[in-house]
Every structure is written in C-alpha cells, then in structure tokens.
Ligand binder design. Structure first.
Ligand SMILES: [Zn+2]
Length: 181
C-alpha cells in the first residue's frame, strides 16, 4: 500500500504507474490523479491554442478567408471525400450527439425562449441566395438519386434487354449474310 501525494488516499501498489526515477520505482501520484491532471492540462492547452488561433483569425480575417477558400477550391475533392469518410465513421456518434442535444433541457429551454428568433433566422437563412441555390441543388441531386435508384433496381432487366437486342441484331446480320450467299 502507498499514499498518493496528490489525493492523499492510501491505495494498492497497482494503482500507481512505474517510474524508475523514484526510489520505490513508482509514481508519487496515483493513476487516477495523473489521468485527471493530463485531462485538465490537455483541455487547458487546447483552449489556449484555440483562443490564440481565433485571435489570429480575427486579426487577419480577409487573408485567412481567402486562404481557406483557395485551399478548399484546390483540394475540394479530397476535402469532400474526407468529410464524407468522417461522417460515415462517426455517423452513430454524430447522430447520438445531435439526439442528445436536441433532447436536452438546455436545447428545449433555448428553443422556448428563442422561438421567434429561430423562426426568423430560419426564414432569413432560407432566403439567402447561396442557400436557396444549395437547397435547389439538393433537390436536383435527390431527384437524380431517386432516378438512379430506379435504374439500379431495374439494372439487371435493363442489361438483359440490352443483351437481347445485341443478340437480335447479330442474328439479323447473320441472316442477311446468309441470304447473300
Ligand atoms: Zn491520487
């Protein structure tokens, strides 16, 4: 048994990681204290980093926007593929997260308090030319997918029909050839 220097709880030896630098070959802090410390410092670092990043962005907004736009334009295919892969990989997670959020009291409260604002925002959002265009594009894409689905379902029959036509044409040609002789 050993007492943790952080939480002061006396714990079993296997609750401490190995550390060759210490006399007893074990860490001074227990595993849960270390893990907590790592988590907090990771969060702190992440927050610091994102704050700095945001500050930099706000200072160089125009240039950064242009840079991002150029990057997107020249790597569109790859970015879209990666996004799709990410969504596919995290579909359950994303769905779960969204569901969780939409069922949360926080969201319900927000919705109740801001229903007019949300409606207005939604209407304005849909009126934006680029969004209108996107919605229309989505409609066209969806229609295409529906068409494709029908085609896909009918594909074996279509192929068979096509094959039959080829056979018929070849047959006709052969018959013509025979007639010539
Ligand atoms: Zn501890």
């Amino acid at each position: 048994m050993k007492s943790c220097n952080k939480c002061n709880i006396i714990k079993d030896l296997n609750e401490f990681s190995n550390n060759k630098r210490n006399k007893d070959g074990l860490d001074h802090f227990c595993k849960s204290c270390i893990s907590l410390k790592n988590k907090t410092s990771y969060k702190d670092n992440k927050q610091k980093h994102s704050e700095k990043r945001k500050e930099y962005y706000l200072k160089n907004k125009e240039r950064e926007n242009l840079k991002a736009k150029n990057y997107y334009e020249s790597n569109k295919k790859e970015i879209l593929e990666n996004n799709k892969k990410y969504v596919d990989r995290n579909k359950e997670k994303t769905k779960e997260y969204q569901k969780e959020y939409h069922n949360s009291e926080k969201y319900k409260e927000y919705k109740l308090k801001n229903s007019e604002k949300i409606k207005l925002y939604d209407r304005e959002y849909r009126q934006r030319p680029e969004i209108k265009e996107r919605i229309n594009k989505q409609k066209v894409e969806r229609a295409k997918i529906e068409k494709f689905k029908i085609l896909y379902i009918n594909l074996p029959f279509l192929l068979e029909a096509q094959y039959q036509t080829i056979l018929d044409v070849t047959d006709l040609r052969n018959q013509r050839k025979l007639k010539r002789f």
